[in-house]
Design a protein around this ligand. Structure first.
Ligand code: SAM
Length: 364
């Protein structure tokens, strides 16, 4: 796997947080719109898939070609080093991506590229393992009569860690919840409370960090079947988790269904022993320490229910049992913050579930 560029994608607005996380993992990269570019070595791909909580998907760019005609794209595609990435006999899926509009001939283009890839793999069939059943996924990005071909290194989206089968209302993606925690500088030696936990995403991600769990252990990643991938880079990461902090982590919600979902999810994520899960209205919730971070994703008006009571109750708690604690809160609009009556500054803005939301935080 030589001289290829990999790209780890994340929701726009969170690129710098991902960049810092990858640097911490030992992967140096460059911030680009929508993600971070880094060198596609076996070691880097293994590190990002095993240990990044933030990356949403990783692709590797194979090369570009002029795309004034279908024949030109096919010719360009045939010349790329597919043998390094796909096993003959593996099903191939090509997705055509065009800026802002549906490509008129997307189905024809993808079939043609698929055939071009199969053509380039022809040759004597060497004995070896059976071809993987999972499709080899290719993206063809067409823009200004040029096409870029990328291969999908991840397979399923990376935020799907496998534990969140139960959801409450309006859940936040696991990688976005982790990004919020890193963006406000939370570390596992600081007490953390999510008083409106829904399906428990913040607390479960936080507990995973505190217990030193690797987020990417499901092992079905696309790159693991690439002939050019050095498997030792993956097995070298098989290490026992090391605990990184003992401070309490609390997930609370007033809704019994949300508490049930949080318990089931925490069990699947194997973090139950590290989280206190409490069914309580935020107004009655006890603080587990005299300082720490409250992180909350309260309901936003018409999305779930009338917003006023939840925000006012959160504000009351911050001035009552949680006075002295910091707050990080997600909101699509500054006007929601009025009920909290704290000095909160915008940290970053990103899209989630079709809404642009801003992370506001108090100074800590
Ligand atoms: C948008 S959801 C949180 C979603 C969560 N971040 C997730 O990823 O699943 C908001 C939650 O606030 C809870 N809630 C609303 N008012 C509350 C209150 N006064 N006390 C405690 N929980 C409350 C709701 O039951 C709901 O589960």
């Amino acid at each position: 796997m030589k001289n290829h560029k990999a790209f780890a994608a994340i929701a726009p607005g969170l690129e710098r947080v991902l960049h810092a996380e990858l640097a911490e993992l030992g992967v140096t990269g460059d911030v680009e719109p929508g993600g971070v570019a880094f060198e596609a070595t076996s070691k880097n791909l293994a590190l990002v898939h095993r240990n990044s909580r933030l990356a949403g998907r990783v692709t590797v760019e194979l090369g570009g070609t002029k795309a004034r005609s279908l024949e030109e794209v096919a010719r360009g595609a045939r010349a790329l080093p597919w043998k390094d990435f796909v096993v003959p006999g593996q099903p191939i899926e090509v997705k055509i991506i065009t800026e802002g509009h549906q490509h008129r001939f997307a189905a024809t283009f993808s079939k043609k590229i698929e055939l071009a890839i199969s053509d380039s793999l022809r040759g004597p069939r060497l004995p070896g393992p059976r071809p993987p059943r999972e499709p080899f996924r290719v993206q063809c990005v067409i823009e200004d009569e040029k096409a870029k071909l990328r291969v999908d290194a991840s397979g399923d989206l990376l935020h799907r860690r496998g534990w969140r089968l139960a959801t409450a209302k309006a859940p936040l993606r696991e990688n976005l919840a982790a990004a919020v925690l890193l963006a406000v500088g939370w570390t596992p030696d600081e007490p953390l409370v999510d008083p409106m936990c829904g399906s428990g995403t913040f607390a479960i991600e936080a507990a995973g960090m505190a217990m030193g769990h690797a987020p990417g252990t499901r092992g079905k990643f696309g790159f693991l079947t690439w002939p050019s991938f050095d498997k030792r880079a993956w097995t070298a990461l098989d290490k026992k988790p090391i605990s990184r902090g003992q401070a309490p982590i609390v997930a609370a919600d007033r809704d019994a269904g949300a508490i049930r979902a949080t318990r089931e999810n925490a069990d699947r994520a194997q973090v139950t022993k590290r989280i206190s899960i409490v069914e309580s209205d935020v107004r009655n919730l006890e603080a587990p320490a005299d300082h720490g971070l409250v992180v909350a994703n309260p309901p936003w008006g018409d999305r779930i229910e009338r917003r006023e009571p939840a925000w006012r109750s959160l504000g009351d708690a911050m001035h009552g049992k949680f006075s002295g604690w910091g707050l990080a809160v997600l909101s699509p609009d500054r006007s929601f913050l009025a009920d909290i009556k704290m000095q909160l500054e915008p940290v970053l803005t990103f899209p989630s579930g079709g809404t642009r939301i801003t992370l506001y935080a108090s100074e800590r």
